[in-house]
Design a protein. Structure first.
Length: 127
């Protein structure tokens, strides 16, 4: 995963669905309350299902994904582009991208350690 192609394809696999859903949701639900928008955002825009499996990613890729996460939040909730990211996250009560990534990895490794499958246990012993 050290080629230039991997650094451009990987963020696109995660950011394109997030931007697509965000733009779709902005048009359809622009007049809804913040609570409804939060539920929609958490359901449709946080599509980082297998991000815990990404182990050796370049820092620039993580930075691009974090930037896309913030851009989607800003667009969907109508904040100005000069708004403080920290204030925006605190006001909405949503986690930062690093927190989302950390939670996904901790959850994955917890489920992996609790697994009783023979194949999973054999793979765990290899690493």
């Amino acid at each position: 995963m050290h080629s230039d192609m991997d650094h451009t394809v990987l963020p696109a696999n995660y950011t394109m669905p997030a931007f697509t859903y965000t733009c779709l949701l902005v048009r359809r639900f622009s007049y809804c309350s913040v609570q409804v928008k939060l539920k929609l955002f958490n359901t449709y825009c946080l599509c980082f299902y297998d991000i815990a499996l990404l182990e050796n990613i370049h820092v620039s890729v993580i930075s691009k994904l974090a930037s896309a996460y913030i851009n989607c939040l800003t667009l969907f909730f109508g904040f100005s582009k000069y708004s403080s990211v920290t204030a925006m996250l605190l006001q909405l009560g949503v986690p930062s991208f690093n927190t989302v990534l950390h939670t996904a990895k901790v959850g994955f490794y917890t489920r992996l350690s609790c697994s009783t499958g023979a194949v999973v246990n054999a793979l765990r012993l290899i690493n």
